[in-house]
Design a protein around this ligand. Structure first.
Ligand SMILES: [Zn+2]
Length: 503
């Protein structure tokens, strides 16, 4: 039996975020499990849509390999990974490989946009240390998130890389399964030649939706390259909130000869460049979004979804900004539910005072750079311990841990707005965030979600319309306004935008 070491270490780093990802953030369960060691790596992810779960499922189906699970962890996106966390987790992986005896391959479930306090390319640094340990001949297979900022080191040091092809990420487990097939190909003596190219412009996340043009057809073309595992292509859309040299989209291909790999990348690169003008980066102001939502909702029996795209905790937002909440209340919006606003103080106050009580205070707006809480009287309608199962396709099989959570109604004569307040940050990408606390989102007029694109998988089917709104937040979606300092020269900061070095 061939022996494969498996491990996962995921972080998407928003270098503009508010707080570091510390060891306790990796240990804590959130939308995904807390830190898992040894056999728990497999049992604790089983049945989820995680890449590692897909890898394990595929390996078990194959039946010819022995898996040696070391560690799996992730932390909610935030600012840089603290050095102590990076060193501890990297140390666990290296020590595990050192103690594993003779191995034939390594699989790593990584994100691809990790920046630690000391290393701009976190995954590249992990791979460099691992390569130093095992030498050039042990195949290392890596699966990455669609939002990976792929670097030359990662491509060079990993033997093969697979990347999600959907945003919302519905194919995470499938990408892990592909990582097994490609690793098996290499362990069986297959040879792969690589080609890689970075695009000369960044793409904001609201324009990276793969259910619409131009990414829909670009990813269709990526998927049509083959036959895998002898030959395949990947496209990383990039994570523009990481102000690093290698931020942005890139294309990667593998083939059994260099000429084919080069040709595949060349062709996909031309397609990506020709699509530059098709990316829809437009955003409404909070006030515009509220007015438009009211107009559409008045004529529909389905809710209008407003996405608070710049306060997405799944991309390093604080999930407690109040711009949209204020616009909804001041705009006299009715039948509104908003989720999730992270405010542990208010959630705890609501739990202490109990259902039906009225609390006065400052809600949200506490953790960003400019404090801006919403003040008002809030009625506690329902309480929850924040532990519930996700029901949407993307996170089905995973359990949420949002800490003490409360449904609060803003007491105001001219609007009707309710807010789900959590104690831990959790992206509003699943209807269970509302249904677990007794709210049917389909029965509302306006549903406001702190998410950029992931919410579309579970909420778009029940909606009359989706509106993207910009309100101040720590996850930048208007890239032309971002004070980048570290991008490589010659990169446009958004499709058809200015060059990074001319601003
Ligand atoms: Zn992602």
């Amino acid at each position: 039996m061939k022996r494969i070491v498996i491990a996962g270490f995921q972080h998407e780093t928003n270098t503009f975020g508010a707080t570091l990802a510390t060891m306790s953030d990796f240990e804590m369960a959130d939308s995904w499990p807390g830190l898992l060691r040894g056999a728990e790596v497999i049992s604790g992810t089983k049945g989820s849509n995680l890449p590692l779960a897909g890898f394990v499922h595929e390996a078990r189906k194959d039946g010819s390999v022995e898996l040696i699970p070391l560690v799996w962890c992730s932390a909610e996106p935030s600012a840089h990974v603290a050095d102590e966390a990076f060193e501890s987790i990297t140390g666990m992986i290296l020590e595990g490989v050192r103690n594993a005896g003779k191995i034939d391959g390594i699989y790593l479930d990584l994100h691809g946009a990790m920046v630690s306090e000391s290393h701009e390319d976190g995954e590249g640094e992990l791979l460099r240390r691992l390569r130093n340990l095992v030498g050039p001949n042990i195949p290392i297979s890596v699966s990455l998130d669609l939002h990976a900022n792929l670097t030359r080191e990662m491509v060079y040091l990993a033997s093969c890389i697979t990347i999600f092809r959907t945003y919302p990420h519905l194919d995470m487990a499938e990408t892990g399964a592909r990582a097994f097939q490609t690793l098996q190909h290499l362990m069986s003596g297959g040879r792969l030649f690589k080609a890689y190219r970075q695009a000369p412009f960044l793409i904001p996340l609201q324009a990276q939706y793969t259910g619409a043009a131009p990414f829909q057809s670009l990813y269709d073309k990526v998927a049509s390259v083959g036959p895998a595992p002898q030959c395949w292509a990947e496209l990383a859309a990039g994570f523009p909130a990481a102000d690093i040299h290698d931020a942005g989209p890139s294309i990667l291909a593998y083939a059994d000869n260099q000429k084919d790999a080069d040709a595949i990348v060349g062709s996909l690169f031309t397609d990506l460049l020709s699509a530059e003008s098709e990316f829809d980066c437009s955003l409404l102001s909070s006030q515009e979004a509220v007015e438009k939502a009211k107009t559409i909702a008045a004529k529909s029996d389905k809710p209008v979804i407003i996405a608070d795209v710049q306060d997405n905790p799944g991309a390093g937002g604080t999930s407690d900004t109040t711009g949209l909440l204020r616009a909804l209340v001041e705009g006299g919006a009715e039948g509104v539910i908003l989720g999730m606003l992270c405010d542990p103080e208010v959630a705890s106050q609501a739990h202490a005072s109990g259902g039906g009580s009225i609390i006065e205070g400052a809600l949200g707006g506490k953790s960003g750079s400019a404090p801006n809480p919403f003040s008002g009287r809030l009625q506690v309608e329902r309480l929850s311990d924040g532990r519930f199962s996700f029901t949407g396709e993307m996170y089905a099989g995973s359990v949420a841990e949002t800490g003490p959570t409360a449904l609060l109604r803003v007491l105001d004569d001219s609007s009707d707005v309710r807010v789900v307040v959590s104690s831990h940050r959790c992206q509003c990408l699943d209807q269970a965030i509302f249904t677990h606390i007794g709210i049917n989102p389909a029965a509302q007029q306006i549903v406001t979600v702190k998410s950029t694109v992931h919410f579309r998988a579970d909420f778009e089917p029940i909606s009359a319309a989706v509106l993207n709104a910009h309100s101040p937040g720590l996850f930048p979606c208007r890239l032309g306004q971002v004070p980048y300092r570290n991008l490589r020269a010659g990169v446009r900061v958004e499709p058809l935008g200015m060059l990074s070095d001319r601003r």
